[in-house]
Design a protein around this ligand. Sequence first.
Ligand code: PBG
Length: 328
Amino acid sequence: MELTHRPRRLRRNPAIRRLVQETVLTTGDLIYPMFVMEGEGEPVPIPSMPGCFRYPLPRLVQEVKTVAELGIPGIALFPVIPEAKKDDQGSESFNPDGLVQRTVRAIKTVVPDILVFTDVALDPFTTHGHDGLVDDQGRILNDETVEVLVKMALSQAAAGADFVAPSDMMDGRVGAIRRALDQAGYTQVGILAYSAKYASAYYGPFRDALDSAPKFGDKKTYQMDPANAREALKEIDLDTIEGADIVMVKPALAYLDVVYRVKQHTHLPVAAYNVSGEYAMVKAAAQQGWIEEKKVVLETLTAMKRAGADMILTYHAVDVARWLRGMH
Ligand code: PBG
């Protein structure tokens, strides 16, 4: 008798579907990116990122408590720097009493166990909005920038950051930061490297949030060409040799093939950044009633894990943690 293949036997009911499920999204996979600002008072909504806020420092610390209580293992911190504190050198970035440094100290006093990932890049601190120093021809200077990034990373480590996360895409910065951290005795501070970071149009809402859009040109001389995937593996290899603990692909959704390839290629944990533009698209469509937000978000983040992400930076983290607890 001829054999009939019936894959539907493994989809008949929720119990068997659970047993054969290959990928499970958990709260333990999530890192929540947060925006901190000077001052006190109420959080300020970010119009292009509904549900996300610029938190005044004391409010941010309160919110981090909630994030920790929900079981989210880490936050990624991004500062809103007032125009008056920006300069063309980004010198506020390594001020020991700068906004990021004060915020990390406050978090570590009140919520010591949550992991704090600090961003290492100059764009929130520079008047021109680029991630590096710029010469008089408008070129981004690599090695001079790396020197500033090293100072920035050291000041964040001194404040108590668990991981520093260079998102600037200068050559050689991971190695320079690792050496400097080790020499200063910060051997336990890790590096989450934005290794395959693309020159993407999906960062728009984030640049609104920080008021950090580049004032001239674009970031194509340092961030990667969206057309390239093999080049991502070169960046992963370099950051690995230079001492990265975790490598990242960013953005996530349009780059799941890159996440997959990177996962096949490396033994390091792989992070994916579900960026601001991906978030904004889901929120906008959900607000119109055109998609079901919860289902779309869970499906998307599960797809990122299926592609190979060990962890996901996502603005949906708090909602997801609540949904997974059955809270709404
Ligand atoms: C800057 C930085 C960016 C993001 C994280 N770090 C923007 C950029 O490179 O212009 C984007 C994150 C997001 O869009 O959610 N170093």
